[in-house]
Each structure stands twice: as structure tokens, then as C-alpha cells.
Write a protein that binds this ligand. Structure first.
Ligand code: G3P
Length: 249
């Protein structure tokens, strides 16, 4: 990890019921979490209120998506204003499942990020290559293009955490090796230095996501440019998520 404050997010995706979330929240409330780590969980929209009302304030809440502008006649969408009303501090944008399953493109995601930031939400900005792109040697090209779309859209990087999530590692059990992850994280930091500023490059947290679990987090956390994690499956288990939070070095 760099000198930046470690950041660990749990992305619950489209999982859970009122009952399973009651249990997860109670496990999180009783977990011992290292003090010097920002900890965030991201429940499905419909459970945000339940989580906000039962979870310790030690852990902040993120949404998994937000509408691109002010709310109104947008059937099925959730606005940034509504998320703030429920007590959310963060929103995950550009997740690969939204890019590749739902079809959101770089520009749309950039606009969402700019709008969320303008309303005071922090943005967990996701980037990452697919397997075939890695095999074709295009990992950096893909990540930089996604990064540039965020950079072109946002006025400031103060409230952004970048999540590098190689698509081939998400939900597959195939975690990137510490060196594979470190290589991309270092390149992302370098891109920020060249294209945004040296200050933004050193102050921006770059977290890794993709099959992180209680067993592999410690080695990843040792890498110089890995400032935390965005955890999917393993964040549905309170004690394991706590182990990942506590892997800060
Ligand atoms: O956003 C987190 C994520 O996509 C990683 O999921 O299940 O591989 O940890 P998972």
C-alpha cells in the first residue's frame, strides 16, 4: 500500500434478503476493524435504508449505481438526491457488470460521475479489461481509455477512489496475482501523473477488485500501489470481510 488511507468496499451486488442482511449487518457491527481504514458497504438500493438504520456509523454506505442527473421522469432509476436522502456517502460507477451486462458506455459513466460529485457523493470509479483484451496485450489501453473518460468528465479527483477490476477476475475465483495487479495500479498512477497531476496521482486511492478473499488479501495489500479493495462475494460474509479490511499493512 502507498501512504494513502486504506479503503475497503464491500459490493453486495444483487444479493441478499431482509433476513440475510440483518445477519450480515450484525456480524459487521460486532467485527473488530482496524481504525485506519475507510470501510464502505454497498447494499442493493432496496436495502439501503435497512442497512443505514442498523449498521454502525463506523462503516459508510455506497450505492451501486446512480442516475446521470437530477431525478424526475426516469422510470426505474434512483437519483443521487435520493441516495443522499438515505444517508449514502458513495456510489460505485462504471462497474464492469454495468458496462458489459447493461451496456453503459464511457461517456455516460463519466457524466454520472460528474453529477454525483457535484452533489457531494464520493465516486468509486471502476475500470478494467476483459480476458481477451488482456490476451491481446491491450490491458493498459483499455484501462487508460476508461480512465480518460472519467478524467474528461470530472472537475476534481478529491472525492474519487479508482477501482481496478479485471473483468476476468470478477466472481471467477481467478484473482490477479499481486504482480499483475501492482503492474496495472502503478500504470494507472503514472497515467494520472502524466495526464492529471503529480498531486492527484499520489493522493488518489487505487483499490483492487476481483476474487479478493480472506486468503489472498494480505499479499495483495503489500503491493506498493494497492490502496485497498473492492470486494464482491467475500463481502457477503462479515468475518471474512473484516479480515480483508484488516489486511492493511
Ligand atoms: O465490485 C467487486 C467485484 O466486482 C468483485 O467481485 O465477487 O470477484 O469479489 P468478486
Amino acid at each position: 500500500a502507498s501512504n494513502n488511507k486504506f479503503f475497503v468496499g464491500g459490493n453486495w451486488k444483487c444479493n441478499g434478503t431482509k433476513d440475510s442482511i440483518t445477519k450480515l449487518v450484525s456480524d459487521l457491527n460486532s467485527a473488530k476493524l482496524e481504525a485506519d481504514v475507510d470501510v464502505v458497504v454497498s447494499p442493493p438500493f432496496v436495502y439501503i435504508d435497512q442497512v443505514k438504520n442498523s449498521l454502525t456509523d463506523r462503516i459508510e454506505i455506497s450505492a451501486q449505481n446512480s442516475w446521470v442527473g437530477k431525478g424526475g421522469a426516469f422510470t426505474g432509476e434512483i437519483s443521487v438526491e435520493q441516495l443522499k436522502d438515505l444517508g449514502c456517502k458513495w456510489v460505485i460507477l462504471g462497474h464492469s457488470e454495468r458496462r458489459h451486462v447493461i451496456g453503459e458506455d464511457d461517456q455516460f459513466i463519466g457524466k454520472k460521475a460528474a453529477y454525483a460529485l457535484s452533489e457531494g457523493l464520493g465516486v468509486i470509479a471502476c475500470i478494467g479489461e476483459k480476458l481477451e483484451e488482456r490476451e491481446e496485450g491491450k490491458t493498459f489501453d483499455v484501462c487508460f481509455k476508461q480512465l480518460k473518460a472519467f478524467a474528461d468528465a470530472v472537475p476534481s479527483w478529491e472525492n474519487i477512489v479508482i477501482a481496478y477490476e479485471p473483468v476476468w477476475a470478477i466472481g471467477t475465483g481467478k484473482v490477479a496475482t499481486p504482480l499483475q495487479a501492482q503492474e496495472v495500479h502503478a500504470a494507472v498512477r503514472d497515467w494520472l501523473k502524466t495526464n492529471v497531476s503529480a498531486d492527484v496521482a499520489s493522493a488518489t486511492r487505487i483499490i483492487y477488485g476481483g476474487s479478493v478473499n480472506g486468503g489472498n488479501c494480505a499479499e495483495l495489500a503489500k503491493q506498493e500501489d494497492i490502496d485497498g479493495f473492492l470486494v464482491g462475494g467475500a463481502s457477503l460474509k462479515g468475518p471474512e470481510f473484516a479480515t480483508i479490511v484488516n489486511s492493511v499493512t
